[in-house]
Design a protein. Sequence first.
Length: 499
Amino acid sequence: MAKDRLAEVLARYEAVIGLEIHTEITASATKMFCGCPVAFGGEPNTRVCPVCLGLPGALPVPNQAAIEWTVLAGLATDCDIALASQFHRKQYFYPDMPKDYQISQYDLPFCSGGSLEIEVGDEGGYRTTVGITRIHLEEDTGKMVHVGGSEGRIAGATHSLVDFNRAGTPLMELVTEPDIRTPEEARCFARKLRSIWLALGISDCNMEEGSMRVDANVSIRPRGATELGVKSEVKNMNSFKALHDAVAYEIVRQADVLDGGGRVVQETRHWDAGARRTSGLRSKEEAHDYRYFPEPDMVPFAFDPEWVDSLACRLPELPDARRDRYIAAFGLPKHDAALLSAEYAQACFFEEAVEIAGADRAKQIANWMLGELAARLNADGAEIADTRIRPPMIAEIVALVEDGAISGKQAKDVFAEMAETGDAPGAIVEAAGMKQVSDTAAIEAVAAAVLEANPNEVASYRAGKSGLIGFFVGAVMREMRGQGNPQVVNDVLRRMLEG
């Protein structure tokens, strides 16, 4: 989707976007209403029991830990926590839902009325607040595998298979107000929410594996209008880029329909990342279509305020607070602090390295992490937990450079070697014999010999050709087989030439 085309549409139409973000509570060891284990992968239909398969006579028992994680999520996003709540049955037929209904929540969710402030763009960007309608808890469905279909779709498939291993997994759904206006705002919101969930430890939030899934409700209206347009719900977005691109495509698609005199219909649409377009799946259901009614096999919940307060005491430092601390304590630029604090694993890595190296070297550690390390992870498509490089190694390589043992150029070679082998920087430097010589007396002896061997160049330098300093530095470095500290070599030569 060309940026100029999207910009042209958004100059005439206002997009109104709301997100529904489903997050599996992978911190829970068991499913929402039974004792089956929660885990990704495994042989199909091996993590099931009569409860999650919906067999006659099986009764659900609510997972207390999953309820606590959901309330923590609400506290972290400034929601009101309901002291009275209950589960409902959501009626619908689809092969991946073995009961033919889903135990969910309707008008009495655990959390409601929250908000989240997001920052869009780097320096010179803007802030906006997105309201949170509700956070409720439900059980996940199973997984459909459409054999022969495209992008997991049933169209073109020869047959379909169902894996119920995921059915019954605790699933937390956050629904936003329709406060989002651009694809980039949608991406920023989802990314920030993921960072909060990771900080809380609720879920691994792996979008490719489906433990975090984002649906977008998209409509447009003419600029200045107040009445909402007809919305489409877009599904199958398994990355932040897919979310951005799918919303952008849908905005332009709806504009093209209206500009052509057509009418946007309310429907659910599928994002095809390969074709980079959405296509219609089915008409969009309304709440009354699901025929909600209170779950008859569970009594309503009543919570004490003291219980909610005890959960609030479990809240960890959240990404925004961590970012502000990095700026205040380490003097990091806001952009760098935001990047380092966004991912919980990366923040832990950074803080461990700083603890080893010292706070005065935090900026250098940040530079290595956001430079060489980030480039390596991106190239490998890896997470920070997957790399051989560990925090003590980053602290050591920073120390080697700062103490003058190796040059910045040598450090990059050392980094590449330790990324491949997992060897410590000091061991690599020792084995390669690349440790720098910073001893002034040793460098003076080599420099004196170089000056004595090049009297004409010495005379030219002293006559005003100061650019010859590079010639002398190069000569000294060759004599020292590249192990002289370039800064010390430069200082010694200037002193000897100008003294």
